[in-house]
Structures are given as structure tokens and as C-alpha cells.
Write a protein that binds this ligand. Structure first.
Ligand SMILES: *Cc1c(COP(=O)(O)O)cnc(C)c1O
Length: 219
């Protein structure tokens, strides 16, 4: 397995035209492949596992922007808080409070996205609409100084039914628009992966998280 340079360069060109940020999802991939992409100028990488991301961040160039996109346990926040660029998977008040607390200790303001459950599948993490609204209210009332909520992240159902995928993305976009009319600090809508990023962009995504298209299938 190696980086598919051609696919990457083509994708990058396509996304630049659209003004969409590309997060290269490098979970399970070795240092060398990340470096290969780095040497093509890429800086935004996404990881799912705390220990793996921390290890990679230690060994790889310091100007890489690490995005955490997996399920984050509160007891692991401290392992990434000092360097993470964007935590895309916040799904509870408890987690938000912990990020705020740990960020305060290292004197940082950490950017976060709220993960919204848009898929009809049971297995995906994330907040439903009411929980999200509630969480945003709590965030305001608690005056957390060391986290910044920058937007939303969502994953569509794992299905070949692209109409269903599109509906899910449209629901998330609608929710995003509703929130942004009240809060201009929300700017990022992270949706779309290898199989559905084109649909996601058509439906208003401005950040995609793409792994297998760039790095090949994961084991
Ligand atoms: C693995 C993963 C991706 C990338 O998936 P691909 O299908 O390989 O592009 C995107 N987002 C999240 C949250 C992931 O866990």
C-alpha cells in the first residue's frame, strides 16, 4: 500500500476550487505515508485513536494540524489537548467541560465541532438535534473560556442509497444554517468521506474527511 498521489492531487485541486478544506484521514497508516503527503504540502490530518494520534504528533513534523475525529473518552482528553488543531467529535457536555478544563491547564483555546447524529443507523455516535441545542445553551451559560465551538460534524449512513445520504446531509446543513443565523462563530461544516464527499459538498459541506481515496483501503 502506498499513497495514491494522483488521486490526492486531483482531489486537492477539485476541493481548492470549491473552497473546501481537506482533512486526510491517516488512521492506521504509517508515518512514512503521512510524510509522503506532508512532502506534497499537505498539513491537515485526521485520526481516530488518541494514543495513535499522540504518538504520530510526537514523531512527525510539528506544523501538522491534527484533527481528532473518533470517539473521545473524557479521561483521554489530556493526551491530545496540548497540540490538537480541531476536535471534531464532541458529543456531550461532560466532554466539553473536560476539554475546557484540560485546555485551561495548558493555556490554550481548543477549537471543537459538535458531532451530530444524522444517520439512521444506531451505531454512529453523536447528538440529536435537541441535545445539540441544549448543549449549545449549556456552553453559553457556563462561560467556558478555553473551548471554541466552530461548527458541526456528521457522518451519513453507510449505504449505497445515495438519496438517503443526501437527505441526511441536507438535514445537517439545515441545522447548521439555523444555528449560524444566531451565532456567526460557527463556520465549519464537516461532512463527507471517500464514498460521499461529492454529495456532501453539493449540500454545503466546507470540510471533508477522506482516507481510503488517498491512502487506499484500510485493513
Ligand atoms: C475513517 C473515517 C473517515 C474516512 O473514511 P474514508 O471512507 O476512508 O474516506 C472520515 N470520518 C471519520 C469520522 C472516520 O472515522
Amino acid at each position: 500500500m502506498a499513497v495514491n498521489r494522483e488521486a490526492y492531487l486531483q482531489l486537492k485541486k477539485e476541493l481548492d476550487v470549491e473552497g473546501v478544506t481537506l482533512v486526510a484521514v491517516s488512521k492506521t497508516k504509517p508515518f512514512e505515508e503521512i510524510l509522503e503527503l506532508y512532502n506534497l504540502g499537505h498539513r491537515d490530518f485526521g485520526e481516530n485513536y488518541v494514543q495513535e494520534m499522540a504518538e504520530k504528533a510526537k514523531q512527525l513534523p510539528q506544523d501538522i494540524r491534527w484533527h481528532f475525529i473518533g470517539h473521545l473518552q473524557t479521561n483521554k482528553v489530556k493526551l491530545i489537548v496540548s497540540f490538537v488543531q480541531l476536535i471534531q467529535s464532541v458529543d456531550s457536555l461532560k466532554l466539553l467541560l473536560e476539554i475546557n478544563k484540560q485546555a485551561q491547564k495548558v493555556n490554550r483555546v481548543v477549537d471543537c465541532l459538535m458531532q451530530v447524529h444524522i444517520a439512521q443507523e444506531e451505531t454512529k455516535f453523536g447528538l440529536d438535534e435537541n441535545e445539540l441545542i441544549e448543549l449549545m445553551k449549556e456552553f453559553e451559560s457556563k462561560g467556558m473560556q478555553n473551548v471554541r465551538i466552530c461548527g458541526l460534524m456528521g457522518m451519513a449512513s453507510f449505504t449505497d442509497d445515495m438519496n438517503k445520504v443526501r437527505k441526511e446531509f441536507q438535514n445537517l446543513k439545515r441545522l447548521f444554517d439555523r444555528l449560524t443565523t444566531h451565532d456567526s462563530r460557527l463556520t465549519t461544516l464537516s461532512m463527507g468521506m471517500t464514498s460521499d464527499y461529492r454529495i456532501a459538498i453539493e449540500d454545503g459541506s466546507n470540510m471533508v474527511r477522506i482516507g481510503s481515496l488517498i491512502f487506499g483501503e484500510r485493513n
